[in-house]
Structures are given as C-alpha cells and as structure tokens.
Ligand binder design. Sequence first.
Ligand code: ATP
Ligand code: MG
Length: 200
Amino acid sequence: MTVDKNARHASRMARKKAVIDSAIEQANQEKGLLLVLTGNGKGKSSSAFGMAARALGYGMKVGVAQFIKGRSDTGEEAFFSALPNVEWHVLGEGFTWDTQDLERDIHTAKAGWEIAKKMLQNPEVNLVILDELTYTLNYGYLETSEILADIAARPPMQHVVVTGRAAPQVLIDLADTVSEITDVKHAYRAGVKAQPGIDL
Ligand code: ATP
Ligand code: MG
C-alpha cells in the first residue's frame, strides 16, 4: 500500500470515527425496552433466547412465557429452566389446528396471560420473553389493547421481547426495536424434519 493510499484511508476512518462517536454520545438514555421479533423467517425465538443468555450473563433475572406451543421438550427449555435466575412457563396447548376448540384456546391464552402479567408486574424480573404472543393476538384469543396496556405498565427498567409472525401494527408502534426476519429458504421445504439443537 502506498503512503498516499494509507493517509487517505486514515483520514476517511477518522471522519467515520467522529460520526460514530457522536452517534454513540447521543444515545445516552436508559430504559426498559420493548423488542418485537417478527416475520416469516426462522430465528425469532432463538434470537429472544440469545438475549436471555446475555441477560443471565449479567446476573439478571429472566422470565419466559411460551404461548401456543404446548410441548415441553425444547432444548432451550431444558437448558434455561434449570438455571437459578430463570422462570419458565409453557402456557400453550398447541396450535389452533391441533386443539380445534376455540373456547378452550381462549381460556388457555387468558390463563397464560395472568401468569405472564405477574412477571410484567415484578421489577425483580429484568427481562420478560413473551414467545409466540402474536398468535394469541391475531387469533383474537387475547384483547390486544389490554395486552399492550399491561406491557406498557411494566416496571420502567424491565425489558420485554415479543416473538411471533405478523406482529400487529399497534404492537410495532409501541415497541422500541423491531426486527422482521425474512424467510429466504428453510430446510423444511426441502423435506428435512425439525432438527434438535437447531429447530427445537
Ligand atoms: P426459531 O425457534 O428456530 O428461532 P422462529 O421462532 O423464528 O424459529 P416459529 O414460527 O416460532 O419460528 O417456528 C418455530 C419452528 O418452526 C422451528 O422449528 C423453526 O425451524 C420452524 N420454522 C421457522 N420458520 C420457518 C419457515 N419459514 N418454514 C418452515 N419452518 C420454519
Ligand atoms: Mg418461535
């Protein structure tokens, strides 16, 4: 690399650093965040549990409420629920096409929400993960406005992560950080069944 090229690189990087440093300086608030992980691609729940690992690394307490899914044999549950700072609730009974009973689905979702709400009222829980919550809203099992009010009323420093496809716009509006995961390709469509350690 010539001296000239080096000097140009150094001055470009210095300008970039000034911009980045100033942006970092301006982001100086602290608050409990509401994150939404939505979209049709794979990686919503696993991203949420990645944040659970981060929080636990800081000695924070984590509460997980899994809506819809009733199975209690995922790798993340086996791993996390054994840890002292984790509260783990499997609150579903399976997808609506499995239960085929609307009244029961509504009852299950409402009972589940009461448990989730306790975590949202407890300032000792630093991170609450509401896994697959969007389905309970989209199927009308839970009243979206009530759920959002309970989330909004949580302790100011508590973080909440909501996962699930098709997040309602009102939830996106309330959230601080929203990621939509795009489905580019999934092995399932090529006939590969869900693989332990990757898919469950
Ligand atoms: P993960 O738990 O792997 O992060 P996710 O939370 O984004 O996935 P869900 O809709 O909750 O996705 O579905 C969970 C299960 O369905 C996982 O086994 C996942 O691999 C699978 N899955 C997710 N997205 C797709 C897709 N687009 N096509 C087929 N299967 C999918
Ligand atoms: Mg999921």
